[in-house]
Design a protein around this ligand. Structure first.
Ligand code: HEM
Length: 398
């Protein structure tokens, strides 16, 4: 037992990459003293994501559910239907319906709305000193998810409050006071979306919520409970991830001015650069799995019942997979991006998240001649599964 990796260590929050390198080099299948196996090599993370007998149903762990109000609390009942937390046929059935309506074409239709909302937020930010997280990265994704689903953007502030509260369900440090607040937020959210869903059933509209209410896969529709739980999950899944992609991505570019200059001179490179930016500083650093079957990695057998932590951030910088992995190279090709996971749970919103980030970077470069860090000390949000800045203070000039 060692403390080779402690995701709560402030030094790891600030810069996890030296620890990831040490793990990959000295103990890539690491038995941590907090009871998880910790995997840091690309090949191992990829293998576990795709292996049969690997479960995402974390709520099955009695202490996980108990700490969140029990299996029948409003919050845990919702989480038990989230795509992210399901395995096998139950997962395939819900993913089949959501995948059928959340298509590339649906993402393309959102492009003008994302550009308009980005411009609206940047108009408000103006010139001079601004915190780009507060002024742009945080408000944008919730509005985009409202647009995606066809929910009223006038209520974006309520959706943002619910999303921010309920996102804390996956935080291992959740408290009893949090749980009471989260259960209240879930109940309010469910009442709101139930009303919207009833209206779509009476009069379908040209939006994804209507499609979710009416789409069948193999003759079966989703129940109202499943639709509402996964509408909530879409808000949660698209929120902090996208905030962090925008924040981490811009920070990486500002710390590599040559790469930023290249994108300024060749904006057509921006969409392709997003995969590299995501690889370089992954918005989701950690995913967890439970083993229902044994998994063998090299010579180490991970027994049935093991809890496994997959370090996406470490896998994305594995020199066995990427040449010169610590270098940001926006022209890099051949990225098979584990930052969006892999196997059955591969991110359904990857195209949308990448489009949002590309739109933001394009708008910033079009609009501002000067984009500079202010020199204020940067600080990272405490949630261990994610990696993102609390604030990104910038000086902006046209
Ligand atoms: C922008 C950056 C984003 C990143 C880095 C990201 C990353 C991820 C990751 C790592 C997973 C899988 C976790 C696991 O395997 O346990 C995931 C799943 C998912 N993401 Fe994203 N995501 C992003 C944006 C979005 C957006 C914008 C949406 C939708 C609005 C979205 C919807 C989903 C859904 C529905 C799943 C669950 C898929 C399943 O379990 O079958 N994501 N995402």
């Amino acid at each position: 037992m060692t403390t080779l990796f402690d995701p709560r260590d402030p030094a790891v929050r600030t810069d996890p990459y030296p620890v990831y390198r040490r793990l990959r080099e000295t103990d890539p299948v690491h038995r941590s003293d907090f009871g998880f196996w910790v995997l840091s090599r690309y090949a191992d993370v990829d293998a576990v994501l795709r292996a049969p007998g690997v479960s995402s149903e974390f709520y099955r762990n009695p202490s996980w559910a108990q700490r969140r109000g029990g299996l029948d609390s409003p919050l845990v009942r919702s989480v038990r239907s989230w795509l992210l937390m399901l395995d096998g046929p139950a997962h395939r059935r819900i993913r089949g319906v959501i995948g059928k309506v959340f298509t590339r074409a649906a993402v393309d239709r959102l492009r003008p709305r994302v550009a308009a909302e980005t411009n609206r937020l940047l108009d408000a930010a103006g010139e001079g000193r601004t915190d780009l997280i507060a002024s742009l990265a945080l408000p944008l994704p919730v509005t985009v998810t409202c647009d995606l689903l066809g929910l009223p953007t006038d209520d974006r502030d309520r959706f943002r409050r619910w999303t921010e509260q309920i996102s804390r369900v996956i935080d291992p440090a959740i408290t009893a006071a949090d749980v009471a607040e989260l259960n209240r937020a879930e109940t309010e959210f469910r009442a709101y979306v139930t009303g919207e869903l009833d209206r779509r059933r009476a009069t379908p509209r040209d939006d994804i919520l209507s499609l979710l209410a009416h789409t069948e896969v193999d003759g079966v529709r989703l129940t109202d409970h499943e639709i509402i739980a996964n509408v909530l999950f879409l808000f949660v899944a698209g929120h902090e991830t996208t905030v962090n992609l925008i924040g981490n991505g811009l920070l990486a570019l500002l710390r590599h001015p040559g790469q930023l200059k290249l994108l300024r001179e060749h904006p057509e490179l921006i969409p392709g650069a997003i995969d590299e930016i995501t690889r370089f500083d992954a918005p989701v650093q950690i995913a967890s799995r439970l083993l229902d079957d044994q998994v063998v990695l090299d010579d180490v057998a991970l027994p049935v019942g093991s809890k496994v932590m997959l370090l996406f951030g470490a896998a994305c910088r594995d020199p066995e997979r990427y040449a010169d992995p610590e270098r940001l190279d926006v022209t890099r090709t051949g990225i098979k991006n584990l930052a969006f996971s892999g196997g059955p749970h591969y991110c359904l919103g990857a195209a949308l998240g990448k489009m949002e980030a590309a739109t933001v970077f394009r708008a910033l470069l079009d609009r501002y001649r000067v984009i500079e860090l202010t020199g204020e000390e940067l600080c990272w949000r405490p949630n261990v599964s994610f990696r993102g800045l609390e604030r990104l203070p910038l000086d902006l000039a046209h």
